[in-house]
Write a protein that binds this ligand. Sequence first.
Ligand code: NCD
Ligand code: ZN
Length: 382
Amino acid sequence: MIKLPGLIDPHVHMREPGQTHKEDWDSGTSAALAGGVTMVLAMPNTKPPIFDASTLDLALGAAKEKARCDYAQFLGAGPDNIDWGRHKALPLQAAGLKMYLDQTFGELRLDSMTLWQSHFQNWPKNLPIVAHSESRSMAAVILMAAIYDRPVHIAHISLKEEVLLIKAAKERGIKVTCEVTPHHLFLTEEDISAIGGASLRLAPTGATGRGEVRPRLAAKEDVEALWQNLDVIDCFATDHAPHTLAEKDSETPPPGFPGVETLLPLLLTAIHEGRLTINDVLSRMVTNPRRIFSLPEQPETWIEVDEKAEYELRAANMHSRCGWTPFEGWQVKGRVTRVVLRGREAFKDGKILVEAGYGRNVRAQKNVESTEVSFRALRMIK
Ligand code: NCD
Ligand code: ZN
């Protein structure tokens, strides 16, 4: 049995408000705890999207009532909320600003580079910006980070050209950090047919069935480049993006995979196989996300893992409402047996033991002061 710190997942979709048939703050944070994740940062592409004080209240109201692990909520960059200077308190209440620069699930996409520039200029320099930017838009957003001399965190990188670009940018002192998802580390485009889904049969050419995800599953060469350049990758983040099986099996499957419950078993299996060390995982799932997003420590919080348990991943044993996983039937080694969150036993042997509402907003008012202090400390280190 090994004891590890609670993991931080800086990229999840809780689907509330608006799409609670896929997931909600209760089922999503229960799934997180079952996966050994004690803190999640939730993305803003909900219905409605989270982009101002009243929509942030909607998400945080639901989270306060239902979340079982700790959390913060991102604001989304849109065409009408560029004036961050006028709403000084609002950015501090969010996990950070999420900028969608490429097509994906939801309505939050910024097409005009003038809007990107406005957000880069107006969002407080000491608070996080996360960019969904693939390939060339990634190159453009890294240039903007350099021009405005501010940090940017790149979500879910998946390509060789991307990891090499970030490596080169880091070598030149540009303040860029990045994350990779387990599915982009453990799956390639060759796995799409095994993941399955009805639309593969409905439209044989170009259809990706349940394997539909943004960024797309990549070629073997890309996946190998991620593994070869692990030192460039700051965080592992699941991009837990649940959609129901019926949706995934429709003619037009929405992109996204659930991920919080398969994350640690997959990483522990890779450790067992000698592809990763435990420190590789802890730096990318605890210390780096805490530093990049300026997150507080969680006192009296740890997870217990049976590193010898061998079993098959089964969606039927999971807590997410979506009811499927792209890793169905995968043989893994390593099981989360117990999670203690702020002194309370939160999960044990497959059961969630804390009530809905136990989770804390780590950016809540009483925490904002310490957030500011740690951001100041962060700037001094840099
Ligand atoms: C995400 C979703 O479903 O919200 N989908 C995905 O394929 N990753 C959106 C996103 O993170 O791009
Ligand atoms: Zn996402």
